[in-house]
Design a protein around this ligand. Sequence first.
Ligand SMILES: [Zn+2]
Length: 315
Amino acid sequence: MPARPILIPLLFGIVCATALSALAQDLGTLQPKPLPPLDHPKDPKLAAKELFARKLKPTAGPANSIGSYAKGCLAGGEAMPITGDTWQVMRLSRNRNWGHPDMIALLKRLSVKAHKDAGWPGILVGDIGQPRGGPALSGHASHQLGIDADVWLTPMPDHLLSREEREEMSATMIVRDDRLDIDPKAWTPNHWMVLRDAAQEPAVQRIFVNAAIKKALCRDARGERSWLSKIRPWYGHDYHFHIRLRCPIGDKECKGQPDQGGGDGCSASDLAYWFKDSIIHPEPPKEPSKPAHAVTLAQMPAECRKVLNAPNAKQ
Ligand SMILES: [Zn+2]
């Protein structure tokens, strides 16, 4: 039933298809270079990502997720501390450990549950968002509101990772070479427990995983299964999973998505689309695709201009 995946909001598809290169495997650098100042920061044609990427601190004041997942920003962002008892943040050079306080609290809670339920020492946190959200210079077009976060499918090692390890360590590939199922050498029963713990959080609306992982969850999950409906197959996502929250209560300018309907998504027809040869092995485009037009500040919600121009929080 090829129509089903179209139910997944198209917007995410558009942005995520271009973000496939931004996986956990992108290596960081120990000496990140500051971005050079812009020659014409007021140029109306300038891509908004150039402006948001140069904001290294959040705004002061209350948190507010503004706009839509792929065209929005974040006021009052909070940093995920880079090390906790049960988590460590990876790729620090990207400065993308900023999110809505609801997301930061959720990741901390999830890390404790992963430790307690799955026996992991903790979780490895990948990209959340920039200090003021918004579009980023590389990949991850949907992490703009501070309510999306990537968690590695690799348990946290039981030692404090060095800066170098955090930039260069690779996440574990969970999907088998033929892409039809998980790699039994990499997948453990504890993986489904961590994914279940994340999906059972009431504020979580969707979790994106590779279809092979969804298939494994459908097969392996024990006990109550309603949480499986939040776990949706998507391209990539074979080293990490992507947690998306609903718009935080009170964030009136946050334009979210409807909840996912339609059962646990485990029937043969639910999954068939994702295992078609044309999806697993897509034909390369006949002509190189034109780069997508980058969003300008004028095309973003007006409130995001204020977020961009507000002074730095004192922290
Ligand atoms: Zn993501």
